[in-house]
Design a protein around this ligand. Structure first.
Ligand code: MLT
Ligand code: ZN
Length: 489
């Protein structure tokens, strides 16, 4: 790979115009650091094309010259996936100007969006047509469709609607040689060989640049019921989920596990929050049940389901939000966990999955193993229990500063990832690999997976210009040291 020549920069500047090309430090700076502040990169310029043709032009030029490109949407990656390296050779490729919602069709239940559309804007546009795009997450105010597609984003409605893989009907993308893959048509059946759309979903910008997507919509919500439930342990929570699945007519959208230590952090650090139950429970579950318009609301059925769960000894206590405001309060308790943790002090974060049925045991036994090996630490295990995906964070011992993460973080993560791998799980359930986990993927991914990742990358991007250093472990392991030297936080 090479730094861009002044000729290349001048050609791009001329084609993209002043809105599409900048080298100004003030314009670039906010986009050179990831939002967690863990990664700081450099770039020779930022390209902000306004059309697919402009993206293709830029990619073709960079492919010929061997100049690296780092695609970027809302810059909300949890794993440094959209931050360039420190060499300053790369060009940032911002998709944020391509922010048109091209159509929202209530008859076909499809929306077509350019890559830079912000998730919350799509939510609003769908709602205006009586429809809903059923994927949401904390960063919905800045995360873009292109980034969500490229990272196969998850969130709190995966239980019912799946990750982006299930919600994308088609995509348009510029491949690393500058050709345009036009797969936007929402074909239900298409057997023209390898599924390029699915290959590009979750590819983290390493196989091309997603420029637009056709997305599946569902009917807008008519009513919802949100409950906060106390349970004895994660095993009881899982039994409760099975009980609700059997009694709620597929209405359960979210089933989020919140341990008492996470709730206590939120109550301590987030102003205006209050305990949802009279007696604190060791573990909690936030449940949301929904019904589309013109259907009976979900509350009576949820009330009955929780009543029978209580009679069966599955739950300790429960309360159903009496108003939308209270429902929002419950969600705020859940959504503030990461923020409260950050305010509380250093922790090493993980985003893991095992088979959903095995997760209750993993949380308890894996947690005990980590706490025994690193005395004074405490596990905060929260999140998407119904998906078998838990954010398994390890809090530093009392009084330890950020240097604890620097000295112990890698060893802690290795232990957690070893335990997950031994349990047949994944070291990255929803946040992706980015640059943060590439060394761990190399260590634990297995020869077949890593070999195939490298072969696909080499075939589609032989010069390695697309988002280098992310996702695909380098052949020379020392190239991945960057990731190793920066423990997760
Ligand atoms: C969440 O589910 O709240 C996020 O994915 C977790 C995180 O911030 O680590
Ligand atoms: Zn999550």
């Amino acid at each position: 790979m090479a730094a861009p020549s002044s000729y290349l920069l001048a050609t791009l500047a001329e084609r993209l115009g002043p809105k599409g090309f900048t080298r100004g430090a003030a314009d670039l700076d906010p986009w050179l650091t990831d939002w967690r502040g863990r990664w700081q990169g450099e770039a020779a310029a930022m390209l902000s094309p306004a059309s697919t043709e402009e993206v293709a032009f830029a990619v073709r030029l960079c492919a010929d010259a061997g100049v690296p490109l780092v695609p970027q949407g809302g810059n909300t990656s949890m794993v440094g996936g959209a931050t360039p390296d420190e060499s300053g050779e790369a060009l940032l490729l911002s998709l944020r100007r391509m922010n048109r919602i091209l159509s929202v069709d209530a008859e076909t239940n499809l929306a077509v969006c350019e890559a830079g559309v912000i998730l919350a804007a799509l939510h609003e546009a769908a709602l205006a047509e009586g429809r809903r795009f059923p994927l949401t997450l904390g960063a919905k105010g800045s995360a873009t469709i292109g980034g969500l597609v490229s990272t196969n984003a998850g969130g709190t409605q995966v239980l019912r609607h799946g990750t982006m893989r299930r919600l994308v009907a088609g995509i348009e993308a510029v491949l690393p040689d500058g050709t345009v893959f036009d797969g936007l048509a929402a074909l239900k059946k298409d057997n023209r060989g390898y599924d390029l759309t699915q290959l590009l979903i979750g590819a983290e910008g390493t196989l091309g640049v997603v420029t637009a997507a056709s997305l599946k919509l569902v009917p807008a919500i008519g009513a919802r019921a949100v409950a906060w439930i106390g349970v004895a342990d994660p095993a009881a929570a899982m039994k409760l989920l099975r009980h609700l699945e059997a009694t709620q007519r597929e209405a359960i959208e979210s089933f989020e596990l919140v341990p008492r230590n996470a709730l206590d952090l939120v109550l301590a650090h987030v102003p205006g929050t209050r305990p949802p139950l009279a007696e604190p429970a060791p573990w909690n579950v936030l449940v949301e049940a929904v019904a589309p318009m013109a259907m009976p609301g979900p509350e009576p059925l949820l009330y009955d389901g929780l009543g029978s769960a209580h009679a069966a000894g599955l739950i300790l206590d429960a309360t159903i939000a009496a108003s939308e405001a209270q429902a929002e309060e419950f969600w705020r308790l859940r959504d503030s966990i990461s923020e409260a943790e950050r305010r509380d002090g250093p922790a090493v974060k993980h985003d893991i999955s095992v088979a959903a049925a095995d997760m209750p045991r993993f949380v308890v036994e894996g947690g005990a193993a980590v706490e025994a090996r690193f005395p004074g630490t405490g596990i905060i295990a929260f999140g998407h229990l119904g998906d078998g995906n838990i954010h398994f964070n390890v809090r530093a011992p009392e009084g330890a500063g950020p240097e604890w993460v620097e000295s112990e973080g890698i060893a802690v993560s290795r232990l957690v990832h070893d335990l997950v791998t031994a349990a047949g799980g994944s070291i990255s359930a929803e946040h992706g690999i980015g640059q943060m986990k590439v060394a761990e993927l190399a260590r634990l991914g297995g020869a077949a997976r890593i070999g195939a990742l490298r072969a696909i990358k080499q075939a589609l991007d032989p010069r390695g210009i697309m988002n280098p250093g992310k996702l695909v472990p380098a052949l020379d392991a020392s190239q991945d040291r960057l990731a190793e030297s920066r423990p997760p936080q």
